[in-house]
Design a protein around this ligand. Sequence first.
Ligand SMILES: [Mn+2]
Length: 345
Amino acid sequence: MKMTFRWFGESDSIPLSYIKQIPGMTGVVTAVYDCPPGSVWSEKSVARLKKAVNDAGLEMEVIESVPVPEAVKLGRPERDEYIQNYAATIKILGAAGVKCVCYNFMPVFDWLRTDLSKPAPDGSDSLSFDGEHMARLDPKKTALPGWDLSYTPEKLGELLDEYKSVDKEKLFGNLVYFLRGILPACEEAGVDMAIHPDDPPWDIFGLPRIITGEEWIDRLFSEVPDRHNNLTFCTGSLGAGRSNDVVRLAGKYAAQNRIKFAHLRQIKFFGDDGFTETGHRTADGSLDMYGIVKALIDNGFDGYVRPDHGRNIWGERGKPGYGLYDRALGAAYLNGLFEAAEHGN
Ligand SMILES: [Mn+2]
């Protein structure tokens, strides 16, 4: 296992030197943020990012994320050009020592929450999702905090309309087409693709979501068995779907050697489908964190790990989910779980 920490590049308020001081930290998970979406990442930008990370004594072996353009998810005719660009980016990343690319295939919106700073009784706050609140929203009329605001309301409306002809099967077909287009580059570059589950793992605003649980993940691996087609096992995303037994799934996909990257995060359920992100400990939420780590280790997992979102604590006002303090505490706790699991207890 290699413990890593997400870092948003030079604009991140957290210095690399602080990340290096977290016990057991081997590297950062980052991305190039100065290349236009859908373009080939410039070698110069990748080299600059890598140098900054390596100069801090850290590795840059995981990229999160190389975004997949909507044209690819929609299956528009111009997707082939974007897929070629994506493959070229993978080759550039592989040449720079990157081993794993985390990406997602969620239409239009990335992760969704209804509250970015839900207060807890102890004075901390965290991200939260309330399905009843979500059901009252019209995406064409409201913007939730944390949304990609680069879309104008007209553009967003057009995009949502375009997705009306894309159901789950079509979206899945477009994912398979995308993977078949880029996997030869992954083979050549020695880069593993690791798809991130949809967050939360169900349809939102009528948009199809497919990486939601065992059925579709099994289909993905049977349709595209290539060894470079893998999973980012995100406990908070998969675990928000209450029918997903994340301990069993961690063991199952680790045994298949499909988990190259693990996002380990705790959530606490409320209501029918609500959840609030909490501190990482098992006792603080609804997921069995030790059970998950033990299932990974017992089934041969040897990939990258990062503490996923943390709370705001100690007065920090971090990027939502990505402050320093609670994620550092999460890393320390997870290091302890791995040490215990590796010792067979
Ligand atoms: Mn995640």
